[in-house]
Design a protein around this ligand. Structure first.
Ligand SMILES: NC(=O)c1ccc[n+]([C@@H]2O[C@H](COP(=O)([O-])OP(=O)(O)OC[C@H]3O[C@@H](n4cnc5c(N)ncnc54)[C@H](OP(=O)(O)O)[C@@H]3O)[C@@H](O)[C@H]2O)c1
Length: 292
């Protein structure tokens, strides 16, 4: 029987995210069984209509579809490995944040054990689950994804990235990298403006107003990278180096470290030192590739 046909779902892990997922599944009419290491956290879920399982094995046996929302890769393997026999023939959707290779490792283990495995990445916070801005990425066993899809779609927009189980995680890590670097930029701007008494919240508003229109340039910059010639006459390495040097100097003059800015300048300097000062500055993308 497919996971959809049975419409019962087990949720392993009732932290902030697992709880939001279990609640959403209940609200959308799914029969749910929950398990959590700290059993007391199952109580509100039982009061709201879920069944609580005393062990992971019991929880797994209750449903054809098992959603894993534990903390990290280690906790996933700690709790799934011992119940491989119970998981055989069932679908596991692992929503835990892991690296792509950790996802591939778990997928390889699942394949050996006869478990249908889908790796997932949640591009949302718990309060967004089931709402319009919630998006989840999936990769791995497509047939298993298809069978679980109607339950998964209750959590947010569901996008299947491909058969390589690491793909959802890779995109998750890439998008989170962009987010982290962007918010590091907020912190740098805030630190600089605090030196003249401007509150962080005020600078954050200024940064947002500045970045919102700037973001629309992203696809054009990406097209230069896809073109691969770096001779479009756009902003050059040398031009960018001068700009970056000013940012670094201005930070230091205000008594603020330039530690967040320096890595970018270092890459530009490397291009200039190897005769590529006239290239589009986006050529730094080539320096990010580390040969294995
Ligand atoms: N929160 C978000 O905004 C968000 C967004 C995207 C993705 N995620 C991902 O979703 C996953 C869960 O996040 P969360 O926000 O729910 O975290 P959380 O609130 O800290 O909850 C962690 C959960 O993992 C369990 N856990 C931790 N270590 C364990 C172990 N060794 N064995 C068994 N259970 C263990 C905890 O159980 P106890 O209750 O017993 O401690 C709890 O159920 C993470 O991989 C996170 O990266 C979260």
């Amino acid at each position: 029987m497919s996971a959809n046909a049975k419409s019962t779902v087990t949720v392993l892990g009732l932290g902030a995210m697992g709880s939001a997922i279990a609640e959403r599944l209940r609200r959308t009419g799914h029969t749910t069984t929950v398990w959590n290491r700290t059993a007391a956290k199952t109580r509100p879920h039982v009061e709201a209509g879920s069944a609580a399982a005393p062990t992971v094995a019991d929880a797994v046996r209750a449903s054809d579809l098992v959603l894993v929302v534990l903390l990290d890769h280690a906790s996933v393997r700690e709790h799934l490995d011992p119940v491989a026999a119970e998981l055989r023939g069932r679908t596991v959707v692992n929503l835990v944040t892991t690296t792509p290779n950790q996802a591939r490792e778990t997928a390889a283990w699942a394949a050996e054990e006869g478990i249908a495995y889908v790796d997932g990445a949640i591009m949302a916070t718990p309060d967004m689950i089931g709402g319009p801005g919630s998006r989840l990425l999936y990769s791995g066993d497509e047939a298993a994804y298809t069978s679980a899809r109607s339950a998964l779609e209750t959590l947010g927009t569901a996008d299947f990235e491909g058969a390589d189980a690491g793909l959802a995680s890779l995109k998750d890590m890439a998008l989170l990298s962009a987010l982290d670097l962007m918010f590091s930029g907020y912190v740098q701007a805030i630190a600089m403006m605090r030196t003249v008494g401007v509150p962080a919240v005020e600078t954050a508003r200024e940064v947002q107003a500045w970045l919102e229109p700037m973001l629309s340039y992203g696809p054009g910059l990406a097209a230069i990278i896809d073109g691969g010639t770096y001779d479009t006459g756009g902003q050059s390495v040398d031009f960018s180096r001068a700009g970056q040097a000013s940012l670094i100097t201005a930070s230091r003059e205000q008594g603020i470290s330039a530690a967040l800015l320096e890595p970018h300048k270092k890459l530009l300097d490397e291009l200039a030192a190897t005769g590529r000062g006239d290239s589009d500055w986006l050529r730094i993308v080539d320096l990010l590739t580390i040969s294995k």
